[in-house]
Ligand binder design. Structure first.
Ligand SMILES: [Fe+2]
Length: 553
């Protein structure tokens, strides 16, 4: 794929403003570790020479405090800058010539071939509890073998073992799945690499070998890095995205749903599992389901949604007090992650609603009696349990975006947004990641379509590369002021949390066979600066707010 001249210029200028922090930090490193380029140095000039001079006179402890302050300024600077067509944060597309819809991987591709002996394949790691001390291994096989996992902290020792329930198959029309196994390893140590083998101790040819590293202990200043992807599918573009994800080096994956695009053709679930195995057998996944996982089997008069996906994958819903496997939360290092399901009702008294919200106490109701929303209810049950001194960061992942300026799926997330947005701001949710729209879009921190530094940042990252192709049409064009950046290309994201106050999000475009960092922003933790957040205004009637914004936007 040819790269236009504009794109070449763009690549040269891709270092974003958030490297203010990086530049400042490198000033305290040995000279040989300072590798900032000229663009970073130029960008730092806007940070103020006076600030730099002050910083050079401070001790490291004071420097860290200043660095956090600078990061907040960086974020504000990015959020508040004017629209500049030459800026990577301008809210304008680049001229990169992007591919259209791609084909699914051919079924004879080597990566999609089944285990010829019927042994373990499609290995997929998820969290076994919501504290990071248990990991669940799921896999498929076509041999009736005991679901056992041997594991150890030393390579090839395998002195520990765990067993699961008897494997099950599921039927879907004329398809019968392989034997689906789930085994949870418990009482694992934090930040520890474990080696495992699954299958059979005596029949080595049926054994799969792998390793993974457990999450760090919960704590406010534990650094951690996530990879993010949505709507991945199993095309040649999907495979490129996957290879870029591996290089990004995230410790854990946040998957925003629409995994395989099997769309009821069940063998495509098996090929997707095989494509994913080099990654998903090593990197535990936190995910939410999308509409392509619903898959009603109408010929069998089947009305149970997510029947295939819930058989294949496991979620830590019990330990997060959820009502079922479709919505849950986990604590990982410094972050509490809530997985909401866009296709399970959030209407009053439904299970997801009752998990997410609970009635406040009578006293709380009395004290907040003038608050339109709270008097009618509610505090976030899950958020109420979050100990922000341990996990200062809170993230929501869900499939359908609450904010969207593309033509595809425009306003589909309005019901959930109207139901949850008030509480997302009230309880200092830092970011909300979604998929569904097959392109990339990052919004400023928003509350009811207005910029609000105490509200979550919204990112749509449904650009994994599935066969339906990128969303290229816009419902709102040119981009509105509340969009920070959007681009109809394939790619993936990374979220790196440094400590209790500072994180950076980056979007990596698939530029032909390369992964190019094309957008990003520093994030300052909302809860750590909550004293500066005034109480949110009560949401007016949603229809009024929405119609007024559309009329003006
Ligand atoms: Fe979707």
């Amino acid at each position: 794929m040819a790269i236009s001249g504009h794109s070449f210029l763009y690549m040269k200028r891709e270092i974003p403003f958030h490297f203010h922090f990086h530049l400042a930090y490198t000033r305290f490193l040995p000279p040989d570790s300072s590798s900032v380029n000229s663009f970073e140095q130029r960008s730092c000039e806007s940070g103020g020479r006076g600030i730099r001079n002050i910083m050079e006179k401070l001790r490291v402890k004071s420097f860290l405090a200043l660095a956090v302050f600078l990061c907040i300024q960086c974020e504000n600077q990015v959020m508040g800058q004017s629209l500049d067509p030459d800026s990577p944060y301008s809210g304008h597309q680049t001229e990169y010539t992007r591919p259209a819809a791609d084909l699914d991987l051919r079924l004879d591709e080597p990566i999609l071939q089944p285990n010829p002996l019927g042994g373990p394949e499609q290995v997929f790691l998820t969290f076994g509890d919501n504290t990071g001390t248990a990991i669940t291994l799921s896999w498929s096989s076509n041999k009736t073998i005991q679901p056992l996992v041997w594991y150890s902290k030393e390579s090839k020792k395998y002195d520990l073992s765990a067993a699961g329930d008897a494997p099950k198959r599921y039927k879907y029309e004329d398809y019968t799945s392989g034997l689906l196994h789930h085994v949870t390893l418990t009482n694992l140590e934090y930040s520890t690499k474990y080696y495992y083998k699954i299958g059979s101790s005596d029949r080595q040819f049926l054994t799969f070998y792998g390793d993974f590293t457990t999450p760090p202990a919960p704590g406010p200043n534990t650094p951690i890095k996530f990879t993010l992807v949505g709507d991945l599918g199993q095309t040649y573009s999907s495979n490129k995205t996957l290879s870029h994800m591996i290089k990004s080096g995230g410790q854990f994956l946040l998957n925003m749903g629409d995994f395989s695009y099997a769309d009821c053709y069940q063998p495509r679930w098996d090929t997707w599992g095989r494509m994913m195995t080099p990654y998903s057998s090593k990197v535990p996944v936190i995910f939410t389901y999308g509409n392509h996982e619903i898959e009603y089997d109408e010929t069998a008069d089947e009305r149970t949604p997510f029947i295939s996906a819930t058989q294949r994958f496991s979620t830590p819903w019990k330990s997060s007090h959820s009502e079922g496997p479709l919505f849950y939360s986990v604590n990982i290092g410094p972050v509490h992650i809530i997985s909401l399901n866009s296709y399970v009702s959030l209407a009053k008294y439904t299970p997801q609603y009752e998990w997410l919200w609970v009635y406040s106490s009578l006293l709380e109701r009395f004290l907040s009696g003038f608050d339109f929303f709270v008097v009618n209810v509610l505090l976030l049950a899950d958020l109420r349990r979050v100990d922000r001194s341990v996990t200062p960061w809170v993230i929501i992942i869900t499939h359908t975006p609450w904010y969207n300026t593309y033509d595809a799926h425009y306003l589909e997330g309005e019901v959930m947004r109207n139901g949850v947005e008030y509480f997302a701001r009230k309880y200092h949710v830092d970011a909300i990641f979604s998929g569904h729209v097959h392109s990339y879009e990052r919004f400023k921190r928003l509350y009811y379509y207005e910029q609000d530094d105490c509200a979550p940042m919204y990112v749509t990252i449904g650009d994994g590369g599935n066969r339906e192709g990128p969303a290229t049409e816009f419902q709102i064009d040119p981009a509105p002021s509340y969009t920070a950046y959007r681009e109809p290309s394939f790619g993936h994201g990374t979220l790196e949390i440094f400590n209790s106050t500072t994180a950076v999000f980056k979007w990596h475009r698939n530029q032909d066979s390369e992964s190019v960092t094309a957008d990003g922003v520093y994030l300052s933790n909302v809860h750590s600066r909550a004293e500066r957040c005034v109480r949110a205004h009560e949401p007016l009637q949603p229809s009024y707010r929405l119609s007024s914004r559309i009329a003006s936007g």
